[in-house]
Every structure is written in C-alpha cells, then in structure tokens.
Design a protein around this ligand. Structure first.
Ligand SMILES: Nc1ncnc2c1ncn2[C@@H]1O[C@H](COP(=O)(O)OP(=O)(O)OP(=O)(O)O)[C@@H](O)[C@H]1O
Length: 272
C-alpha cells in the first residue's frame, strides 16, 4: 500500500454526528402472510470520523439495516438522518440526489462496470451527480489506493483485491458523509482483505470519512473502532476497540442477550 495509516488510538477529536437512526423498522413483504420484521425499532448514532462494523447471525437484519441507512431501501417506520439532514422524507428523485451527494457504497462483488476503465469507473459517481469530473483528483485517489499504474485497465484485467480498491476509490471520490460497505472482504484472500480494511481505516482516520461495514468476519470487524451486534432485527450489543477473539466470543453468545439501550426523551436509545 502506498498510504500510511494512523495507529489505532490516534482518534480524531469528538465531533458531529454523521448518521442517526431513530426507531427504524422494516417489514419485508408487509401485509402478506410471509411478512418478516427485518428491523425492529433500531436506533443508533455514529459520529463523523468513526469506523463501525455491524455483525450478527444470518438473517439478523444486517443487509436490511445497511440498505435502509444508505437510502437504497425505505424503512416502514423511523427516521434516518445523515449529517443532521433527514433522508427519509422526499420522493425517489430527491432520495437519489441525497444518496449521490452524501453516501458512498462498497459491495462484496465490487459492482464495477466492465466496459469502463479504472479511471472511468472511479469518476462515474461524479458524472451521475452532474458534478465536474476532476481528473487530477481521480488520479490522486487512485494513487492513494495503490492503483496509479492501472488507470486505463478494465476491471477484468485486475485482481479481486484491485477491483475492490477501485470500488473504494469510487466510493470516496464524491467525498461522501458516510461510506457503507457490505461484506467488502467477503470475496478476497487474506492479504487483499487486509489491504482493503487498511484503506477503509485510512478513509476514516486520515480523511475523516465515516464508514459502516457489514461483515461476518471477526478479524475484519477488529479493524473498526466499534462493533454493533444485531439479533432478530434489534441491536443487542456494542463493543469498542474490538479484538477478533472477543468479537467471535460475543457472536457465539448473541442469542443470550437482550436489546440494549433505554429509550431517551427524544426516542434515541442510550448506549448505542
Ligand atoms: N426481499 C425480502 N423479502 C422477504 N424477506 C426478506 C427480504 N429480504 C430479507 N428478508 C428477510 O429479512 C430478514 C433479514 O434479512 P437480511 O438479509 O437483512 O439479514 P442479514 O443479517 O443480512 O443476513 P445474511 O448474514 O444471511 O446476509 C431475514 O429473515 C430475511 O429472510
């Protein structure tokens, strides 16, 4: 990697809130006989410049949480605020605009466009948002993720780890308030996974982005500043400065826990 990254413990000063969820509920198939409550009154608050992992058993609602928090899906109830601005109001066009301005995504399967070059994939969100494409900035950001010499390659000429680094550059190019990563290391070998996780750490600790990452992997989660644990659509625990072995241990006992947080006057739960 070409970037250095700060040691854990070198935290930014306490600051503004990047993401807030208030009593967010999502029912898949609402009204039908197969309705599933995937999120059940989830409230949380994440500060700007934090790196949070979301973990929980299969079916606990992690992807649904990410999709709702990122504005890719709409909750049935509750409020989502990004940088103090409510995302949950408005129509589809407004929501898409909001997302393009404020949100970045990294997916497990990269989701790069195969016919575009690395540089073109990276700047695509700027073009979609009708913003000026600053090629120098794109080159800089690709250099930061170690791909300065791959600008004109196409995705099928890259390794999985390199593709995911393009996806990170693409997520960061718009300088979003929050980057959501859904199993970003799920398809990678150990070494490439470490590179990707270090880049996400850099985005947080050097560039003060806010990252929320869903993962099944306790080692990946240990790169975050904190882990939130979900079970049955509810937040049931939080671990600061997570170590992989402690995360694995907590995951193994998740079913034993009760939802955390006592409702506060404004409806936000304490402790999350
Ligand atoms: N489109 C859908 N229609 C019906 N039910 C759904 C839909 N999407 C998710 N669910 C259900 O909602 C619950 C939460 O799903 P979700 O995908 O958010 O869980 P997850 O924690 O991300 O799981 P995994 O770790 O297996 O990816 C599950 O019971 C799932 O079956």
């Amino acid at each position: 990697m070409t970037m250095s990254f700060l040691r854990r413990g070198d935290r930014p000063a306490p600051s503004a809130e990047a993401l807030r969820l208030v009593s967010v509920t999502k029912v898949h198939g609402a009204g039908g006989e197969n309705a599933v409550t995937a999120l059940d009154g989830v409230s949380l608050s994440l500060r700007t410049g934090s790196f949070t992992a979301v973990m929980g058993p299969s079916g606990s609602g992690k992807s649904t949480l990410l999709q709702c928090a990122a504005g890719l899906d709409r909750p049935d109830r509750g409020i989502i605020m990004v940088d103090g601005e409510e995302m949950t109001g408005g129509n589809e066009t407004e929501l898409a605009k909001f997302r393009r301005r404020r949100i970045g995504f990294v997916f497990q399967q990269y989701n790069l466009l195969p016919t575009l070059t690395v540089a073109q994939n990276t700047t695509l969100p700027l073009r979609l948002a009708g913003r000026r494409v600053d090629r120098k900035r794109a080159r800089e950001i690709l250099a930061q993720v170690g791909l300065a010499d791959r600008l004109h390659h196409r995705p099928d000429q890259l390794s999985g780890g390199q593709r995911q680094r393009v996806a990170i550059a693409r997520a960061l190019v718009t300088e979003p308030s929050v980057v959501f990563a859904d199993e970003p290391t799920g398809a990678l070998d150990t070494r490439s996974a470490r590179d990707v996780l270090e880049l996400l750490q850099d985005a947080v600790h050097i560039h003060r982005r806010t990252v929320v990452m869903v993962t099944h992997d306790p080692v990946a989660a240990s790169y975050a500043d904190a882990v939130l644990f979900l079970a049955d659509g509810r937040l049931v625990g939080r671990m600061d400065d997570p170590r992989a072995d402690a995360v694995a241990e907590r995951l193994a006992h998740l079913g034993d826990e009760v939802p955390i947080g006592r409702p506060l006057a404004d409806g936000v739960r304490a402790g999350v």
